[in-house]
Design a protein around this ligand. Sequence first.
Ligand code: SAM
Length: 302
Amino acid sequence: MSLSWKWFTEYQTHGSAHMHGIKRTIHSDKSRFQEIDVVESEEYGRMLILDGKVQSTVRDEYIYHEALVQPAMVAHPSTRDVLILGGGEGATLREALKHHSVKAVVMVDIDRRVVEISREFVPELSSGAFEDPRVELVIGDGRKYVEGCTRKFDVVIIDLTDPQEGGPGAMLYTKEFYAMLWGILKQDGVIVTQATSTYYSDYCFATILKTVGSVFQKAGGYHVWVPSYDSTWGIVYGSKGPDPHGLVGGFEEEADRKGVKSLRYLDDKTYQALFALPKDLVEKIRQWERIATDANPTFMPV
Ligand code: SAM
């Protein structure tokens, strides 16, 4: 069999990787912050890759983005003001805007080029979300924005690149940062963050969960299988009020009540499955004591 594509290799650890057949490169760039590639892959269609890490593919992005955004937003009694940190391709924004109760979304991404390139070369990820009049796009560091923020939010969604040593997102996974987020949440406010692989970096997921739990009385974690990430992907929340876990068995009804209709992945069965963490991971979390701080942050293996 002759293959007419090249191979892109994404490493999960030094000893494990996922290879993607690439038919052509659509656009390559290097911004002040990262290398940005959009490629046409054989299996997943167009893919956004930052610093060699797959961020979103047109074929399976909805799995990750629905799982990141909807549990916190559907659990919240009535989300009006939303803050998104990162999420440059606009798919997290698209999910948040599905809620008619939302009046304003501030999205803060450090890299203007990721937003521009995604809008030009993979517009289906944002599906027009950047043109929505409820959206304010801020180009800047998410941590600096939160430090100087005088507004209050119902839900804060943290969709940053992984905590990699030297990467732009590493200092947005620490106890000090989560304490700042607590301060800009309204009563009943919820934060939710991507929390890396629950297999290849289970220690990172456990650390983020324990760190959020050191600031918020209610904290929890769940995960979802994302084919293009080749892993179950962890998501962690901290809440002043509602607990997304409480929606097990009633997710569809509540999503429907909030006017959120066009979901492709989440229904009552898949929602329940999010919270079914395997026994060995639950045991690891139970025993885990490490908390990430500014002085001692947590990092992915590669
Ligand atoms: N969950 C996705 C993943 O890791 O596969 C994240 C996707 S999203 C494209 C990540 C975004 O975070 C990028 O657009 C990047 O520019 C942004 N980002 C990284 N560090 C940031 C920071 N300190 N403040 C704001 N945005 C940041």
